[in-house]
Design a protein around this ligand. Structure first.
Ligand code: G4P
Length: 527
C-alpha cells in the first residue's frame, strides 16, 4: 500500500465535551465498534487517582482491560481510527487544549438536558481558531431535554457556527420514538435498550404517521428546517464553518452506529501542515512530526517521560534516525510505543495521522519538530493558550532559590505551567487552565527538584494582552494586574468581567487583545 493510501485510511480525532455530557460512554461504544472491548456498561466513580489520570483510565479500571490514558487506535471497516483523549473533570489542563493541535477533526458531545456548557465553549474556541472540522452529537435523547430547535439555535448563537441536522429526533424522553435520518433517508426506531430498527423513509406507514402527534410535530419542525436552515456543505464542514449535528443516546446506545458510520466517511483524513517556510503534504515521503504532549511519570522512582508525537508526513519506522529541528541533534527513535487497547505494543511503523509515544529522557519540549530527509524547517509553534487561574509562587525555603529557579524554568519550558512576572514590581505568577496543573507543578517541584513551593491564589482572572506602546503602569493596580509573559509581552490580569468592562469604558483608546482572536489569524493546521 502506498503512502497516499495509508494516509487516506486514517481518521484522527478527539471527543470534546463538558464533564458528564457522555464522553466516556461514547468512547466505550466506539471501542465496541472497534472490537476492543466485548461489553460496555456505565463507568462509575469519577474520583480517580490524583495525578495524570484520565476518564479512559476509568474504563481501564472498570473493564479490566488495558487502554492507555491518552490515545487509542483501532481498525474500523477499512479505516484506521485514532482517538485522542481530552481530559476533562479535574484533569483539565493545557494538555487538553494542545491535544487539539494533533487531531484532524473533533466530535463535540452536548447533553440535551443541559445545552452548551462552559468547558465545551472553551474547547470549541480552540477548534474554531484552528479551523478544525467539528461534528456534533447531541446526547441523552432518552431523557427529557431541551427542544431540539432550541439546541440548534444555541449552538449557532453561542458558538457562532452554522448547523446542519443530519437527523432529527421524533419525541424525547418517555416519548422518544427514534430519529429521522435526513442524510441517509431512513427512520431509525428506538426500542429502548434493544437493537435499533432501520426503516427506509418511503416504506414508512403513512397512516400511522398521520395519526401520531409526535411525528406530526417532528415533520413540522423538519419543514421549518428545510425552509430556513442551511444546506449541507461538506466544504464548509471541512473548513470548520458548519457542524453536522446528530441526535442520539450514547448510553442506550441509540443513533451511535449511524453517527459513527457517517462521521467516519465525512471526517477528513490527515491534511497538509504548515512549517515555518513550507507546507508539508501528509504523503510527502520524508518523515516529519511534532510533539504535542509530554507525560511525566509521577512515580519518583521512574523519572522517564513519554513524548507524544503526531506523525505529519512520511513513514515512521522503529529505530530510524531523525533530526530534532530545535537543536539539530540526531536522535534514534528506538523505544516507541503505539497505543492499542490490549497493550502498549511496540510500534514498528506509522503514517501521517498516527500518534506514537516516544521514550524521553529529557530531550524534548512541547512543540518540538522531528524531521528526516530533505525537510528542514520546524512546524509552527503551538499556540499559547490563555490561562484563567493565577497564583503567586515562591520557594518555601529561601535557601533553595537556585533549585527553585531551575525547576520553575524547566517546567515552564516543558509547558507544564505558564509563567508571568509582575511589572514594574517584580513577582512570580504562574497561570494554568485547570487545578491539576498546580498540583502536578507542586508535586514535580518537590520530587524532581527537591523544592517545596508556596502558592498564593490571586483567583480566576481574565487575561488581555496590550500593545507595548500603549503600556502605562499607572493605569493598573492589584485589581487589574499588569504582568509580562515569557516573550516579554505585556498583559493585564483583570479581576473579573466587571473590571474589564469598566476599564474598556474608561480607556477606549487602549487595544485589549484576546489571545483566542489573535490565534485565529495564526492557524497552523490547514493551508
Ligand atoms: P463524561 O465522560 O463526559 O464525563 O460523561 P460519562 O460518559 O461518564 O457520562 C456521565 C453520566 O451520564 C453517566 O451517568 C452516564 O451513564 C450518563 N449518560 C451518558 N450518556 C447517556 C445517555 O445517552 N442517556 C442517559 N440517560 N445518560 C447518559 P452517572 O450517573 O454519572 O453514572 P452511572 O452511575 O449512571 O454509571
Amino acid at each position: 500500500m502506498d503512502l497516499q493510501e495509508q494516509v487516506q485510511k486514517r481518521k484522527t480525532f478527539a471527543i470534546i465535551s463538558h464533564p458528564d455530557a457522555g464522553k466516556t460512554t461514547m468512547t466505550e461504544k466506539l471501542l465496541l465498534f472497534g472490537n476492543l472491548i466485548r461489553s460496555a456498561g456505565t463507568v462509575k466513580g469519577k474520583k480517580s487517582g490524583k495525578y495524570a489520570t484520565s476518564d479512559w483510565m476509568e474504563i481501564e479500571k472498570q473493564r479490566g482491560i488495558s487502554v492507555t490514558s491518552s490515545v487509542m487506535n483501532f481498525d474500523y471497516n477499512s479505516y484506521k481510527v485514532n482517538i485522542l483523549d481530552t481530559p476533562g473533570h479535574e484533569d483539565f489542563s493545557e494538555d487538553t487544549y494542545r491535544t487539539l493541535t494533533a487531531v484532524d477533526s473533533v466530535v463535540m458531545i452536548i447533553d440535551a438536558t443541559k445545552g452548551i456548557e462552559a468547558q465545551t465553549i472553551k474547547l470549541f474556541k480552540v477548534c474554531k481558531m484552528r479551523g478544525i472540522p467539528i461534528f456534533t452529537f447531541i446526547n441523552k435523547l432518552d431523557r427529557e431535554g431541551r427542544e431540539p430547535l432550541d439546541l440548534l439555535y444555541q449552538i449557532e448563537e453561542v458558538l457562532d457556527i452554522e448547523t446542519y441536522p443530519m437527523n432529527w429526533p421524533v419525541g424525547m424522553g418517555k416519548r422518544f420514538l427514534g430519529i429521522l435520518d435526513r442524510y441517509n433517508d431512513q427512520f431509525i426506531q428506538f426500542n429502548g435498550n434493544e437493537e435499533e430498527t432501520y426503516i427506509p423513509l418511503d416504506e414508512m406507514d403513512q397512516t400511522a404517521i398521520a395519526q401520531d402527534a409526535t411525528y406530526q410535530e417532528t415533520l413540522e419542525e423538519l419543514e421549518l428546517i428545510n425552509e430556513a436552515g442551511d444546506q449541507f456543505s461538506l466544504e464548509r464542514v471541512l473548513a470548520g464553518e458548519q457542524t453536522p449535528v446528530f441526535f442520539g443516546s450514547a448510553l442506550a446506545p441509540f443513533g451511535v452506529q449511524t453517527f459513527f458510520d457517517t462521521f467516519i466517511q465525512l471526517a477528513p483524513a490527515p491534511g497538509p501542515r504548515r512549517t515555518e517556510d513550507e507546507v508539508v503534504d501528509p504523503d510527502n515521503p520524508d518523515f516529519s512530526g511534532f510533539i504535542f504532549k509530554i507525560q511525566a511519570n509521577m512515580n519518583p522512582q521512574h523519572r522517564d517521560r513519554i513524548a507524544f508525537l503526531r506523525v505529519c508526513s512520511g513513514k515512521f519506522e522503529r529505530g530510524m534516525n531523525v533530526t530534532l529541528a530545535r537543536t539539530g541533534k540526531t536522535i534514534r527513535l528506538g523505544q516507541t510505543q503505539q497505543f492499542v487497547a490490549s497493550s502498549r505494543d511496540t510500534v514498528e511503523e506509522a503514517y501521517a495521522g498516527d500518534i506514537i509515544g516516544v521514550y524521553d529522557s529529557g530531550s524534548y519540549r512541547i512543540g518540538d519538530t522531528l524531521l528526516d530527509g530533505k525537510l528542514k524547517s520546524e512546524y509552527d509553534e503551538l499556540p499559547q493558550f490563555p490561562p484563567e487561574m493565577f497564583q503567586r509562587v515562591s520557594a518555601k525555603n529561601v535557601m533553595k532559590a537556585k533549585q527553585f529557579r531551575k525547576g520553575l524554568e524547566q517546567l515552564v519550558q516543558e509547558g507544564a505551567i505558564q509563567l508571568f512576572r509582575g511589572y514594574p514590581i517584580d513577582s512570580l505568577i504562574i497561570g494554568a487552565v485547570g487545578q491539576l496543573q498546580y498540583e502536578v507543578f507542586q508535586h514535580r517541584m518537590k520530587n524532581e527538584y527537591n523544592v517545596e513551593v508556596l502558592l498564593e491564589s490571586i483567583g480566576d482572572r481574565i487575561p488581555r494582552w496590550l500593545k507595548k506602546e500603549q503600556v502605562d503602569p499607572s493605569m493598573f493596580d492589584e485589581r487589574n494586574l499588569l504582568v509580562k509573559d515569557r516573550e516579554e509581552d505585556f498583559l493585564v490580569l483583570f479581576k473579573n468581567d466587571f473590571a474589564l468592562r469598566w476599564f474598556v469604558d474608561k480607556h477606549p483608546e487602549i487595544d485589549l487583545i484576546d489571545l483566542y482572536e489573535v490565534n485565529q489569524y495564526d492557524q497552523t493546521t490547514y493551508s
